[in-house]
Design a protein around this ligand. Sequence first.
Ligand code: SP5
Ligand code: ZN
Length: 341
Amino acid sequence: MKTVFSPLHNRRTATTELDGGVLIAPHEKPSRAETILGRVKQEQLGDVLPPEDFGLEPVLRVHTPDYVSFLQTCWKDWEAEDKPGEAIPAVWPGRGMRERVPKDIDGRLGYYSFAAETSITEGTWDAACASANVALTAQALVANGEPAAFALCRPPGHHAHADLLGGYCFFNNAAISAQAFRDQGAKRVAILDVDFHHGNGTQAIFYQRSDVLTISLHGDPDLVFPHFLGFEDETGEGDGNGYNQNLVYPPGTPFEVWREGLETACQRITEYQPEALVIALGVDTFEDDPISFFKLTSADYLLMGERLATLNLPTLFTMEGGYDVDAIGVNVVNVLKGFER
Ligand code: SP5
Ligand code: ZN
């Protein structure tokens, strides 16, 4: 399987993540992508290609123009006010307040975000654009006949809504890629999100549509991020009614239990008969992940990949979460190797 990778992910080097009332070194750090790349090469998964530049057009098929402009100028606007640290939202349009875009950068940061752990920094825009191009380049490989491709995206994407950043995500690479399959003529596309966290952005983007089926397996949002979306009674709205599925699991969930959800998801995907499949691939389901509570082992990822392959669909993998850097390379490449064996 081919991998698409851009060294420009290194433009995203935030030094702060708000956690537990203090600023810690971010979990979502450059060594994550470098470690995965190292393992891809070590295991000789296949060629590693640089991304092509698709410009903003495919991004704007999913994200709003005002959000994209905000992201593009956010750092410059923040810097212009001589703020001492990285750009961190600290105020939101809470219940009963006005949903209008303020002029001030603090106001706009809150308007365009749903979480404060994701600091914006100088190179964030460049890295987010590169990450979307990585996804779109891998998408094009699959659209042109490769059975599967791996988009080694960083920063990740699945938490980003059409006009909201958060959860370490800026552009929703999986959603942008699914929309690209649609725009190239695929009638139906499925997105299966196996990251530990609910793919809230992906769900929201396609919630009222039946042409993109969204399924996410994740930790119970009653207990973990993103807290305000991802419950099992969210099944889609309007035309999208019946085309979103959330499979929620409690702390300590092992693969034997998690795989039942995977089975449910796979059966729904088969019934849906999509022309392409996007896997939002997070490995923060790992037993030693520092911010998560599932108990998957490294060997389990091989089995996950094997089951995904039996769907027998053109498949794009987009990299999402996973924060145990020591194991991230092995776990990700195990999914991809499992898929190919
Ligand atoms: C892409 C992805 O996996 N994003 C995850 C974003 C999670 N953001 C909230 C993190 C809260 C971390 N709390 C750590 C508690 C450790 N005991
Ligand atoms: Zn995650």
